[in-house]
Write a protein that binds this ligand. Sequence first.
Ligand code: FMN
Length: 307
Amino acid sequence: MNLSVQIAPVNPRGLMLKNPVMTASGTFGYGTEDSHLFDIQKLGAIVCKGTTLEPRDGNPQPRIAETPSGMLNSIGLENIGIAALIKDKAPVWAGWQVPVIVNIAGETVEEYARVADQLDGVDGISGIEVNISCPNIKAGGAEFGVSPGTAARVTEAVRKATSLPVLVKLTPNAPDIAEVARAVAGAGADALTLINTLMGMAIDIHKRRPVLGNVTGGLSGPAIKPVALYIVYEAAGAVDIPVIGCGGITTATDTLEFIMAGASAVQVGTAGFSNPRVPLDVLEGIERYMQKEGIENLTDLIGTARN
Ligand SMILES: Cc1cc2nc3c(=O)[nH]c(=O)nc-3n(C[C@H](O)[C@H](O)[C@H](O)COP(=O)(O)O)c2cc1C
């Protein structure tokens, strides 16, 4: 069986994954933390925590809250900054089989471009995922992702700054996802990732205060899966570049739904907090399905629910 998939077909460097199962940014650290729990080299790709030009402390605590079938987070892009990532993490990744994609964020278009520029040519980095969808920071993030014009400007700036494959991660909080998807594809993105978290909040009725220190946060986990699936379906119908599905994926069945909706690959996020092995379980479940159904190439399943 062949589970491989090309997620940057128009980029001269390409980004071939040996299977479609990736980890979602912010839920798997730098890949180094969980490498003792299962063989992470078996995954299709790892996407690391969102990284900015300077290190960030993130938002005030509490920063996470459990919700029915999901969680709220307002981490606020706490990260080590691009220089430490290049110095301490990339050399480790350079010895790995599994490709690592660096998720980046910024407060200005220029900041995104500067981070992308620094990553170009660094050993151990196979691609960039541009987060224009973080709901938890005051400047930048989702602010860029809700409008087709600003989404395209960030994409164009990053595209100019690097020859690495560029994935652009979109927000479900945009009024017209298809329009943003088309604008980002037109600006030179190699692939789209959908979705980041949905805006949400929780209130502690005893304190009569919001639960999260940041008041609002991003909702993730199984609760958002039907929304994510619908958005992937919409986006895949709007663009020709590969779409990577993300949002509430917990099982192989969830993954196959995304692939049949038009996703070329998927990312597993929140599910890994309750069982870090979920990405591998998902991969093994896809293999079992393909074997049972007599499917040779995973790519034959992409978009089959669309016809
Ligand atoms: C604790 C936490 C931190 C996250 N940090 C980032 C991040 O730094 N950059 C990013 O693009 N997405 C981030 N996300 C969003 C996830 O990558 C993913 O898009 C979202 O959680 C939906 O997928 P899931 O339901 O499988 O978790 C974060 C999510 C969580 C729960």
